[in-house]
Write a protein that binds this ligand. Sequence first.
Ligand code: C2E
Ligand code: MG
Ligand code: MG
Length: 630
Amino acid sequence: MWNYSFTLPSAMILLILVTYYFRRPRLPLRMNRTFLMLLLIDALTIVTDYASSRVDETYMNHSAALGYAANLAFFVFFLARIFCFFLYILDILENHVRLPARFRGWSSAVFVLSELVALSSPVTHAVFFMDESGYHRGPCYDVLYVCFFFYLALALFLILKNARKLPNPVRDGLLSVVAILTLGNIARILLPTLLVMNTFCLMAILVIYLSFQNPDFFLSDRGNAFNTRGFRFLLREWNQKDSYRLLAFAIRDYSEIRGVYGGLQMDRCIGQIIEFLTENYPECLVFYLRNGAFVLIGPKNMDCQTMSEDISGRFRDAWEVMDTEMLMKPVFVEVALEKKTADSERVISMLLLALDSAGRSEPGDDLAGPLSINAIDRYLVEKRALELALEQDRLEVYFQPLVDSKDGSLVGAEALARLRAEDGSLIPPMEFIPIAEKDGSIIALGEQVIRKTCQFIRDNDMEALGLKWINVNLSPHQCMSRDLADRFGAILREYGVPAELIHLELTEQSILDYAMLKNQLIGLQELGFQFSLDDYGSGYSNLTRVKQYPFKNIKIDMEVVQNYFRDRDPILPTLVQAFRQMNFSITAEGIETKEMADAMAEIGCDYLQGYYFSKPIPMSAFLMRYSVKS
Ligand code: C2E
Ligand code: MG
Ligand code: MG
């Protein structure tokens, strides 16, 4: 009665697919679970299809109960399989679009009803019944087709409705699955005795495997770790959960190390690291993202602290790759996923950014070390605000007065950059200057500050204000650019401002490598700029080194000044005297009280700066205040 010629080959191909699929690591994704269920149900459908057909053919040798059991099992799995295909299509759709809540629940109604009708058959004879002449279709047999076409039509509707939001290969893959299943069903209706439906289902499963399920799509090519795509998929699904923890680290200076050892060796080394991680942390999912960045995702009780110590411990030993010892240092980025509502794409891009910068930065740098998503969030907001301000020439420059210590009269001002966030609040320079230094925009930032300062000098009567000069801060990163003097010279000429009116402040940190700076400083000095050493006492510079530079003025760091008021030890007065003998003028920063101002004047400081006189204020406020006085 039945033609079985398609059954065995289908079962054999399915076996290969299953073996292949199970041999590779898989992520605990919903689509993977549905796919597994689909494989299982498909296998059971093939088996029960074959078994029930054999029982029906030889009904006279069996009891009616066996006939009912075999046929019922087949119908149950047959219906479950189509529903499973439908669920799988929903899973894939949901990787790209948001479906209405409870959609799955409602859409399962037809499946549940059909199953109930099928299961009632021994009593109601709805779908089939057995009698002395064997197996017969019941009056509601077409429930199978109704169920089948209902889910195919619903799937097609959803795919077409969201077609624009789906990447083309995803859309085409899903459409192919629907088309193959439809053809299979039509074949089943037209050729009921040919057991060909299973083959069509297998074809649909093959399309799914090739389009979405191949485990290699989610695996890194460096070893048995998952890749960025897998990380994206998992985080998207787990974003709202709080049942997992995440530990991330990057290899410091990965690109340079890769350059030194070569790509092949580096890849093998990454393979070894992955092996170490997967072997030592079997409860974790290990991801290799890119550029030496790894992520481990584990249960909520995962002890990130101990793990990072252990991993760092392993990294203290060399990795032996192709007879070479490779030494590397991991930098950890701790990610507290406190914002559960944050969309996962943002979390991922922030994490990648944090890992990138952790891999590049110096120890103690702003983005290295424990880092929360909030911190990265803020970092991105500030970076964006900085980009916009530089692009639209909206960086603000505030002035803080420098006064003569003898009589408190205005002699100069320090120009301090101010960045306004979108909400109107001010972002402190301590936050945006390091960002600008890191992404190179410090050059543009510095130019904008000096431009605006020049504009101020051009547009106002400096003498009437009592201003002899204006201090502008120069970052060490600016000094690295070879054409610094040319650019500053051009700006001075553009505004017709003599360089003598501008003093450049360099911090101790920038003078560590004199050889690097020498030419730039000489160039600037030839233009007529003078130099101040900023924040003296916050670093390590000694007097000999200070003397090598063309500084005219030393600014004592505010912490040194404020410490002096705590214990009054003789170091500061002695230092000031030494500087005076070396012909430097001295400025004390961070003067907040009259007592401080008097004491600093007494120990020999020439100029004072601090909140006691004024906080940094906008240029317009500065003009108002000092025009009136003069
Ligand atoms: P800095 O050059 O040492 O500037 C002095 C800092 O001390 C300013 O902080 C100022 O507001 C603060 N200050 C002044 N008097 C007092 C006081 O009495 N008490 C206290 N507690 N603080 C006082 P600000 O404006 O936040 O700037 C911080 C740093 O950012 C500056 O330190 C400077 O290194 C950097 N910076 C600011 N603007 C620029 C710029 O245009 N270019 C570069 N490269 N760096 C800049
Ligand atoms: Mg300064
Ligand atoms: Mg300073």
